[in-house]
Design a binder for this molecule. Structure first.
Ligand code: BG6
Length: 512
């Protein structure tokens, strides 16, 4: 960033870079055991992330990675499988570095229900443990239905505590509702302590999502306005142009509320709405986020009918390409009632936010991929302008999360040479243009944090439960009321009811 220059001949004022004092963590030698080590997540996300960390010199001298699961294969075959995956994922693979890296890969073949798998795992963990101070990280890159089984077996084989110092990384969803999340957690806590558990919500690893807290709490000009006195409403959109890819079976059993709303969307709500934390320590931040989630006004069935909209995409056109509907996708029933779109209005019953609607929406097969947060400010108290114009274009603060990482502020100015026209203009910050920063791969950030033992960007169990409390009434209501699906075409912004939701309140979606 350029230093701020004075307009006179005075020496330039140096920009002062302030750093928030963060707790220092260190990375120790480790062995990572990935259950589902040959699966999609491992091939396309975890292995590339680990390899990049290695290339960047961020891993300790002694680190090891072992895949576990099926199909059965030798270490050598696993290394070859990962080499193929890396060739697909990397434009230019540094062969020398990759060869060094893949020497650290191992594989344990076996079914997760089979004791022998865990016997082998213990042998390998003991052998590698000697070189890495018994520091073992388990990564569950498996379908949620395997989680409890694997954790119970790890406990049975004494692989969680005792001789080993361990951590457990889990991928969402954490249960299907409040009750099952409690059950799952009981199993987890019989084997691990809460501080050993790292629940991933990959949205928290995104730079722009992390920036929400930095932006909010380092700028008084916004923080002073960040409340029901000045904010009219908040809108959060997580739109995807993609469909469900080849994840039909998973998606059919999940649906949009469990896939995106219960986690990514509510995490964004909590970051926007939280109170300033006492410090940037993990628990201070996580405490404040949970408080917001717990203040969300519970929905009763009538609220769900009135304030929540569901949709499922049918066939349509996107960028001139004809697309199949959800029901025609691989692995989906012809009469599926799984929602692929959600729009809803949430209220937060606390001092800061009382009466301010949080409108959120998310969907697959929307016109474009965008995640953005729009804060709409209130109208001026006195209408000094044209009596025919009862609404000025409102002030907006927009935080764009992806694909562009931008922040902008919209305000009105006098249109030049017109006697009375007000024109909305933008003051804009672009991360790419200012810092030449490319979007940061989230798994690298999250893996490092877990290796170092920093839980800040991981989801604590009380937050998981509070998020289920917010969405359980929606899923419950929708299970008993059959929808008329499909109700939006691929390539559109969802069913018309999503617009009516805001129109009823005299508002509209302000996607920018
Ligand atoms: C995942 C969901 O958690 O997030 C997917 O399971 C979704 O359905 C994905 O496509 C979206 O992530 P991103 O980072 O592309 O916005």
């Amino acid at each position: 960033m350029d230093d701020v220059q004075q307009a006179t001949d005075a020496p330039p004022i140096q920009t002062q870079y302030c750093e928030i004092p963060l707790k220092q963590y260190t990375m120790e030698p480790f062995a990572m055991m990935i259950f589902g080590g040959a699966g999609d997540l491992s091939q396309n996300m975890l292995m590339p992330a680990l390899y990049h960390l290695y290339l960047d010199g961020e891993l300790p001298k002694d680190f090891f990675v072992a895949g576990a699961g099926l199909p059965a294969m030798s270490d050598e075959e696993y290394r070859n499988l990962m080499s193929e995956a890396m060739k697909r994922n990397e434009e230019k693979l540094d062969q020398k570095k990759w060869t060094e890296f893949k020497e650290r890969l191992y594989y344990i073949s076996g079914d997760f229900s089979n004791n022998e798998t865990y016997e082998q795992l213990r042998v390998l963990a003991t052998e590698l443990g000697k070189k890495c101070g018994n520091n073992i990280i388990y990564y569950l890159a498996v379908a949620p239905s395997f989680t409890e089984q694997v954790v119970k077996k790890l406990k049975e084989f004494n692989l969680c505590r005792g001789a080993f110092r361990t951590k457990l990384i889990l991928e969402k969803p954490f249960g299907r509702d409040h009750a099952s999340a409690v059950e799952l957690n009981t199993v987890l806590l019989e084997a691990f302590d809460e501080r050993q558990i790292y629940r991933i919500d990959h949205y928290l690893g995104k730079e722009t999502v992390q920036n929400i807290t930095f932006f909010r709490f380092s700028n008084t000009i916004f923080e002073e306005l960040w409340n029901q006195h000045h904010i009219d409403n908040v809108q959060i959109t997580v739109a995807e142009s993609e469909g469900i890819r080849h994840r039909g079976e998973f998606y059919e059993g999940t649906g949009v509320v469990r896939d995106i709303v219960q986690n990514h969307l509510l995490q964004l709500v909590s970051l926007i709405a939280m109170e300033p934390p006492a410090s940037f320590e993990a628990e201070s931040l996580r405490d404040e986020k949970v408080k917001v989630l717990r203040s969300m006004v519970p929905l009763d069935p009538e609220d769900v009918d009135r304030n929540c909209v569901r949709g499922q995409f049918g066939p349509g056109l996107l960028d001139g390409k004809k697309l199949k509907g959800y029901r025609q996708s691989e692995g989906i029933r012809e009469d599926s009632v799984t929602p692929t779109f959600f729009a809803g209005k949430f209220l937060i019953a606390n001092w800061r936010w009382a009466g301010v609607p949080f409108y959120v929406r998310t969907g697959k097969r929307m016109p474009r991929r965008t995640t953005e947060i729009v804060i709409q400010f209130k109208q001026p108290p006195l209408k000094l302008f044209d009596a025919n114009c009862n609404q000025l274009e409102p002030n907006l603060l927009v935080l764009k999360i992806q694909p562009d990482e931008d922040i902008f502020l919209r305000f009105g100015v006098k249109y030049p040479f017109s006697p009375n026209q007000i024109h909305p203009v933008k003051l804009e910050f672009s991360s790419q243009r200012t810092f030449h920063a490319e979007p940061h791969p989230v798994y690298e950030k999250l893996l490092v944090d877990c290796m170092e033992g920093d839980p800040t960007l991981f989801v604590r169990q009380d937050a998981v439960l509070a998020m289920w409390d917010a969405v359980d009434p929606i899923n419950k209501r929708w299970e008993v009321k059959r929808p008329a699906f499909p109700n939006y075409e691929s390539g559109t912004w969802g069913p018309p009811e999503a617009d009516h939701l805001l129109e009823r309140d005299g508002r509209r979606w302000l996607s920018v």
